[in-house]
Ligand binder design. Structure first.
Ligand SMILES: Nc1ncnc2c1ncn2[C@@H]1O[C@H](COP(=O)(O)OP(=O)(O)OP(=O)(O)O)[C@@H](O)[C@H]1O
Ligand SMILES: [Mg+2]
Length: 307
């Protein structure tokens, strides 16, 4: 069982001690992987688990090993060491029926370019006895219904990404792996994808996603793992990370002949004499409060930039 706090759910903010147990879908212990021909491992002793209905985000700079981890989990890269258990069964013991239970959105779309969007979906659906019949509905979910009969070679990158995304869902999988699902999408389409991902979670789907985008991670993920150089440096709920590492500050702009700016800690602000003095003596221009972003915390805890 995966135990975790309900801190991120509205209404539960003050119940930090409340723990719920989730049915474990993925357990990874001491995962290490070296690409053939390399001398050094790309993944170095990674541990994590995912409960049913949970979204775990892997965050890290380019080359950290996020996609490699996903490829191992979807059984594309054999020869790893450590243990991976999926739905209670060792990954090594899963045969091709594994693919009936998982949906995969690759980092780079790999469609049949000469086929239309609908033909691509039909082709992939043919591998899955459980695949949904209403493929047009999937296209409509991501605004591609009018492009259903267009060849994919005429699609923009964003359209290919959207098709890639729904292709992962047509067989109603229990676990969904999404590699950079919003990369290259305009804000409107990124929003649509994020809403669908949240919907899938509400339906109890378990979602492993990788991203460079801290805002997406913060918005979507129950927990995030910071990955650097093949290691997980930190794994926790976004809100808990902010609670532990983020300082909340207030920036005050005021006039005393010149325009001045000062920053104060939000906690205990009313007792802060410097702040009170500014309020009573000077003309205020603006007051802004600021919470540390996940990106600030990433830099603070790993010493590295995300990009
Ligand atoms: N087929 C391969 N053979 C050898 N090395 C590889 C192979 N694929 C990836 N690598 C190396 O493994 C490391 C991790 O790559 P990976 O694609 O997992 O990173 P990532 O975190 O997904 O990065 P990005 O954010 O750019 O997608 C990189 O140093 C990469 O060069
Ligand atoms: Mg990648």
């Amino acid at each position: 069982m995966v135990a975790y706090k309900l801190l991120d759910l509205p209404g539960f903010e003050n119940l930090e001690g409340l723990i719920i147990n989730l049915q474990t879908m993925i357990t990874v212990n001491h995962l290490t992987y070296t690409y053939p021909g390399n001398t050094q491992p790309t993944i170095k002793g990674v541990n994590f688990s995912l409960g049913k209905g949970e979204i775990l985000g892997f965050l890290g700079p380019s080359g950290a090993g996020k996609s490699t981890t996903q490829k191992i989990l979807i059984k594309l890269l054999p020869g790893f060491s450590g243990e991976i258990s999926i739905m209670g069964k060792s990954l090594n013991h899963w045969d091709e029926t594994y693919y009936q239970h998982i949906g995969v959105g690759f980092e780079l779309p790999n469609h049949y370019q000469k086929l239309t969007a609908l033909e691509n979906l039909r082709f992939f659906a043919s591998f899955y006895p459980k695949a949904k019949r209403n493929l047009m509905e999937f296209l409509a979910m991501v605004g591609l219904e009018d492009a259903a009969n267009k060849r994919v070679e005429d699609f923009s990158k964003g359209m290919q990404m959207r098709l890639n995304f729904i292709r992962a869902l047509i067989h109603d999988p229990e676990i969904i792996f999404l590699d950079e699902p919003t990369s290259g999408l305009d804000p409107v389409n990124a929003r649509i994808m994020k809403d669908i991902i949240r919907d899938l979670k509400m339906k109890g789907k378990t979602i492993f996603l990788t991203t460079h985008n801290m805002h997406d991670a913060e918005e979507l993920c129950d927990r995030v793992a910071f990955m650097i150089d093949g290691e997980i440096r930190l794994i926790d709920q976004p809100k808990a990370l902010k609670h532990t590492y983020g300082s909340r500050t207030v920036t005050v702009e005021y006039q005393n002949g010149n325009l001045n700016q000062e920053e104060f800690q939000l906690d205990g602000l009313i007792k802060n004499q410097g702040f009170v003095d500014i309020l009573s003596k000077y003309k205020l221009e603006s007051i802004h409060s600021k919470e540390a972003s996940l990106e600030d915390i990433f830099i603070q805890t790993t010493g590295r930039q995300l990009q």
